[in-house]
Design a protein around this ligand. Structure first.
Ligand code: PEP
Length: 258
């Protein structure tokens, strides 16, 4: 069993998922506002703009501590994969992280655990930190399957994956019923799921990897609920959609507890 808590050893990560929003000028303006906000030194910030704005946002973030992230990556380097993006292309624009297995990819575009696993492997091969998103639907929660779904998505997504260190990989627990709905998991529900995930990781990898690995919560995080979510010992950060699209709310989220 991992020790509960230990947040002091894990740098909080506040990640903005801009989804399919923002043209290039809007993306540059939002990224500039975030770079200008003084970010406390004890935390990491990542922005995942749409592909069309990656290069422009990368230029805005250059020289700052804010990391560039992408919203997906292909498991192949190049070739006939219409609509996909190569890990080399993400490296080219300066991406450091990549969201994988987001519930919108799984549920709207039919991504399977097997595809997500291939994407995780490719990300690591190319030095990108995968943010593996897992989470149950409302039906799955109400029928008592939350933990079996989380276990399946985690074990399949990480099949044959050996992160070298705890910070090579990030997991995001995002209950599907909380994404974009304004309905946030209670702090008890979030902590329970995060502890369960860390316990699974402790069984899959060396204990120190599980202790070091960051587990983000995602699902209607906003400036009002971020402090209480972040007070939970196994909640190491937030993956934020809607509230990351406005500079003031995301800057407040970045400044949780300060
Ligand atoms: C997300 O896109 O991962 C997300 C959690 O969205 P929202 O914050 O809008 O619920």
């Amino acid at each position: 069993m991992p020790e509960e808590g230990g947040i002091m050893s894990r740098r909080p990560l506040l990640a903005g998922n801009w989804k399919m929003h923002m043209n290039i000028a809007e993306a540059e303006a939002l990224a500039s506002a975030i770079v200008r906000a003084s970010i406390p030194e004890d935390r990491d910030v990542m922005l995942a703009p749409p592909y069309t704005a990656l290069a422009a946002v990368g230029r805005v973030l250059a020289g700052s501590s804010v990391m560039l992230g992408a919203q997906n990556v292909c498991w192949e380097e190049k070739g006939a994969f219409t609509g996909e993006i190569s890990p080399l292309m993400l490296q080219d624009v300066g991406c450091r992280m990549v969201l994988l297995g987001h519930s919108e990819r799984r549920h709207i575009f039919g991504e399977t655990d097997e595809m997500v696993n291939k994407r995780v492997a490719a990300a690591l091969r190319f030095g990108l930190v995968p943010v593996l998103c897992i989470g149950e639907t409302l039906d799955e929660r109400e029928s008592g399957h939350t933990f079996s779904v989380l276990e399946r998505q985690l074990r399949s997504g990480l099949k044959d994956i050996n992160p070298g260190a705890g910070n090579d990989l990030v997991v995001a627990y995002e209950p599907v019923w909380a994404i974009g709905t304004g309905k946030t998991a209670s702090i008890e529900q979030a902590q329970e799921a995060h502890f369960f995930v860390r316990d699974l990781l402790a069984g899959m990898y060396e204990k120190n990897i599980a202790t070091q690995m960051r587990i983000l919560y995602g699902g209607s995080v906003n400036s009002d609920n971020v402090d209480s979510l972040m007070s939970q010992p196994d909640v190491d950060g937030a993956l934020v959609g809607g509230a990351a699209l406005k500079a003031d709310s995301f800057i407040r989220i970045i400044h949780f507890n300060s």
